[in-house]
Design a protein around this ligand. Structure first.
Ligand code: SAM
Length: 227
């Protein structure tokens, strides 16, 4: 029986990399990376010199067998994604499930994740929330947004800079302008921005921006929430 470590990496600020995460990566036999080239920068910075292999959404099904072979040979393996917690809108679930199915241990090394950073800083109700991750891009998108508009609990969405303003405008079609929303951009980075307010004001602000860059989390309070 071997152990699969699921290791969180920084979402922008290298100082968020925990000592336990660094120690774990220095001690495992192999590191599965969402993108070996992206992770090599992080690994080199922290002087972590271990064999890596790629484990991303397009080869996850094939690579899970390779990963299980390593664990079955009693080798320890850590899984990291480009940023944040593996398995959160990133590869990880298949590997973890397979590790259990093969009788191995799974050990999380928690740390940065955009979803927890954003909800914690949003000032919107966080006792219960629904994490939607990325919404479907085409089919089902409108229906999902209508569902969110109708929801009584806080919803968290990951969105790309190319679609975030469109998302806010579509939300405005289905929600009251008084609905509370938080747009969190570039969390933990130099140009971090947390814009909290009522939907009509938020839409106006983001519609008037010239260029939209960076990584985004959008949080929508439940429809009965009043500030
Ligand atoms: N596994 C990651 C985690 O734990 O947050 C999420 C990976 S997902 C592929 C990438 C998305 O997460 C981005 O498109 C963005 O929506 C969100 N994200 C990641 N880093 C962020 C940051 N620094 N600020 C805001 N959102 C971020």
């Amino acid at each position: 029986m071997a152990t699969l470590y699921i290791v969180a990496t920084p979402i922008g600020n290298l100082n968020d990399f925990s000592q336990r995460a660094i120690d774990t990566l220095k001690n495992v036999d192999h590191i599965g990376c969402e993108d070996t080239r992206t992770s090599s920068v992080l690994l080199q910075h922290f002087q972590i010199d271990k064999p890596t292999f790629s484990f991303h959404q397009h080869n996850e099904h094939q690579k899970v067998d390779y990963l299980m072979d390593l664990l079955n040979q009693n080798q320890t393996v850590a899984l990291i994604s480009d940023a944040g917690m593996p398995g959160i809108s990133d590869p990880g679930f298949l590997a973890v499930r397979s590790a259990y199915q093969n009788g191995h241990d799974v050990c999380p090394i928690p740390g940065p994740s955009a979803v927890t950073a954003a909800i914690a800083a949003s000032g919107l109700p966080s006792d219960r929330f629904l994490f939607e991750g990325f919404l479907p891009q085409k089919k089902g998108r409108q229906t999902k947004i209508k569902e969110i508009a109708d929801s009584d609990i806080t919803t968290i969405i990951y969105e790309s800079p190319y679609r975030v303003v469109k998302l806010l405008n579509t939300l405005a079609e289905f929600c009251e302008g008084t609905r509370w929303v938080c747009v969190a951009r570039e969390l933990t980075k130099k140009f971090e921005e947390i814009d909290r307010g009522q939907l009509s004001d938020i839409v106006e602000r983001w519609n008037s921006k010239d260029s939209i860059k960076g990584e985004f989390v959008v949080i929508i309070a439940g429809k009965t929430y009043e500030d």
